[in-house]
Structures are given as C-alpha cells and as structure tokens.
Design a protein around this ligand. Structure first.
Ligand code: NAG
Ligand code: NAG
Length: 250
C-alpha cells in the first residue's frame, strides 16, 4: 500500500482517538510520516487489534466531551392497565430525570479489520461496552394510589459497530454504517415505595417495553451523532492533509 495512505490511516486512527487533536491538521505531517514507517505495510487487508487495544482508552475523553457518559435520557409517560382483582383499571407511569452511565467502560470486540481496494480503505471497528446503568425516577398513578421511587436498570453489555470508508479517489471520509447490536441482559430494580405484585409486574413489563422501543434507540442515536460529528470534522481537513503529504513526498 502507498505510504501516503498508510500514513493517513494512522493519522485517522490517532485523530479519532485523541479528543484534543481531532483535527488532522493539528498532527504535524512529519510526525505522521514517521509513524507510518513504524506502521509497516498493511497489504490488502489487516487486523489492527493491537493498535486498537493500545489506543482505546483515548476515546474516553471523546465520550465525555459529547455528553455520552453520563448521557441524559428522555422523560416518558405511558398508560397501562392493572387488574388487582376482577376489574381492570387504567393507570399510567411517568419516568423522568433519567441518565445512563458506563459508556467509558469500553473494550475491543473481536477482530478489528482494515480492507483496502480500488484506492478505498474500509475500517470496521467493533467496540463492546459493559456494565451500563440506566437510572430513572418514577411516578405511578393507579386507582387512588401514587407510588414513587427510583428505577435502576443494569445492562451487562452492548456492541457498537462503526464502519468507515476512506476514499482516496476524492480524499473523503464517510460513515458507511453504524449499528448498536448484541444488547445483553437487563436487570431492573425498583427503589422507594414497595410495589405489590399486581402493580409491579405490569410496571416492570412496561419499563422493559419502553427500554426496547425508546431508551436504547435514543442511546443509539446519541452515539451515532457523536461518531458522525467526529468523522465530519476529520473529513473536513483530509484534503489539506493529503496535499501536505504529497508535497513532502516530492
Ligand atoms: C468495567 O467492566 C468490568 C468488567 O465487567 C468491571 O469489572 C469494571 O468494574 C468496570 N469498570 C467501570 C469503571 O465501570
Ligand atoms: C467531505 O468534505 C468535503 C469537503 O472537503 C465535502 O465536499 C464532502 O461532502 C464531505 N463528505 C462527507 C461524506 O461529508
């Protein structure tokens, strides 16, 4: 693979990993070229596991900078039904003051791969996040009672897949695919007022449904927006960096 592209891949990974120099221009070109010599020849495809392992901690400041940990979660109000004896009553649940923590607990998930073809470089990064907590306050109105308290939901893990294409035909970087997958097991605890079984079960089921249909989707969109934002800012300076690299090579 051409040195220019090797250097850029490295520059990209470093820039993506370092919150203070997300702008490629802040990396001195000579430093990039020097680093590209250590990087070696990637060939047509390569795994870059060691590289990702060694730099993964550097994305933590980015997670914090984008307000992803802690991440604010939306207020949700939904109706449901309770059936203490023979009669069905309508009720509602409000969850509010929600936030998620734990995104800083990130690690590599499986092999991280780089493919090179037709002057395009595709980088597929899979990150696993573990021990996430979703904290909410709740308010229930059912019949003539209004229990309140907190919800603490723990998720053992999820995986984020980020697929990035660097196209050296026009010196652009774009996000090809973003997915939040492999969502693990959710455990839910309620604090505050004791909920009797006829109330606890429907509230628990409703919360699980809100988690699947709203909360995890919001988490996905928030992470995707932050990734898109970083890639846009790298893309904005790619042309200039390529020009500088070419000038230095001649
Ligand atoms: C991250 O996850 C590991 C493994 O589950 C856990 O032992 C560790 O306490 C977590 N770290 C933080 C900062 O939450
Ligand atoms: C990347 O930046 C260029 C300007 O340098 C712009 O024309 C292009 O639309 C951007 N591409 C993406 C995918 O945002």
């Amino acid at each position: 693979m051409d040195k220019k592209y090797t250097a850029l891949v490295l520059a990209f990974l470093v820039a993506a990993a370092d919150a203070n120099s997300i702008n490629l221009k802040s990396q001195p070109t000579s430093k990039l070229l020097e680093a590209s010599r250590n990087w070696g020849d990637l060939g047509q495809s390569a795994t870059v596991n060691d590289y990702v392992d060694n730099t993964i901690d550097m994305i933590i400041p980015l997670i914090v900078k984008h307000g992803l940990d802690p991440m604010d979660l939306p207020e949700v109000i939904e109706g449901f039904e309770v059936r203490p004896l023979l009669i069905t009553y309508s009720a509602w649940l409000k969850i509010y003051d929600g936030y998620m923590t734990g995104l800083v607990n990130v690690s590599r998930s499986g092999d991280q791969e780089v493919h090179y073809f037709a002057k395009m470089l595709r980088l597929r990064i899979k990150l696993q996040f573990r021990d996430l907590e979703f904290i909410y306050k709740y308010l229930i109105k059912a019949m003539n009672i209004g229990p309140t308290g907190g919800i603490i939901a723990s998720l053992n893990r999820f995986v984020v897949i980020v697929d990035i294409l660097l196209d050296f035909n026009n010196d652009e970087i774009q996000l090809q695919q973003f997915r939040l997958t492999d969502i693990g097991r959710l455990r839910v605890r309620f604090t505050g007022n004791i909920l009797t079984d006829w109330l606890l079960n429907p509230v628990l089921n409703l919360f699980l449904r809100i988690f699947d249909t709203i909360i995890i989707k919001v988490v996905e969109v928030n992470i995707r927006n932050a990734v898109q934002n970083e890639i846009d800012s790298i893309n904005a300076s790619v042309k200039e960096v390529v020009r500088e690299l070419e000038a230095m090579n001649h």
